[in-house]
Design a protein. Structure first.
Length: 211
């Protein structure tokens, strides 16, 4: 079961915009992410703009900042429900890898995807070490499913925006959670809720189908 981060687990904003508040370029990044959502910029352009502001920041500072990241209610319970019902919870996201790592460790997700910031000597350099877009996100999810011996028709995804569309088209169950119009149109189920547990009735479909 694949879960998006920005706009899904992080409601109303993105982890990058939240972190940009500490780095001093929140407004510029907000505009860039809006342009990505509108199809004006691609994810590579947004990542390069954001990465430049990370130059000189110590790697170990990020987790302290992320302790204040706004998160939707019910993540712990939803991850536990997935595991109890035979679903492997995974973060399929375009958030920077320190964000995915932090959330996976905190909540018990199996693993995570995402672009990577370059670092040297314990500090970020201001460059992107690995780009990762919405198609890479889909490919990551499908490759992980193969590794786990799970067919795409036994997988599901929860997301909210443009970055989820290729993955939505590749799995059996797609849940648009507090989503954009485009994600709603592409999804098999739409859920609006301030608690992630609102998706559990939809996820039950995968559990039932597997039995």
């Amino acid at each position: 079961m694949f879960f998006d981060v920005d706009g899904t687990l992080v409601p109303g904003t993105s982890s990058s915009v939240f972190l940009a508040g500490f780095l001093g370029h929140r407004d510029a990044l907000t505009k860039a992410e809006d342009d990505y959502a509108a199809g004006v910029l691609d994810n590579r352009q947004v990542c390069e703009l954001d990465a430049a502001a990370w130059e000189g920041v110590p790697e170990d500072r990020v987790s302290r900042w992320l302790d204040g990241l706004p998160l939707v209610a019910g993540i712990t319970e939803t991850v536990a429900w997935c595991r109890q019902n035979g679903l492997v919870p995974v973060l399929a996201t375009l958030a920077w890898s320190p964000v995915g790592s932090y959330l996976a460790d905190r909540f018990g997700f199996h693993t995570f995807s995402g672009p990577r910031l370059e670092s040297a000597g314990g500090r970020f350099t201001g460059r992107v070490a690995r780009h990762f877009d919405e198609y890479d996100k889909r490919d990551f999810a499908l490759a992980l499913a193969r590794e786990l011996g799970v067919a795409p028709h036994s997988c599901g995804a929860v997301g909210d925006s443009r970055s989820d569309l290729p993955l939505f088209a590749s799995v059996e169950l797609s849940v648009a959670f507090n989503a954009s119009a485009g994600a709603r149109a592409a999804a098999t189920v739409t859920v609006d809720d301030d608690d992630l547990r609102g998706v559990l009735p939809a996820l039950t479909r995968l559990v039932t189908a597997a039995r």
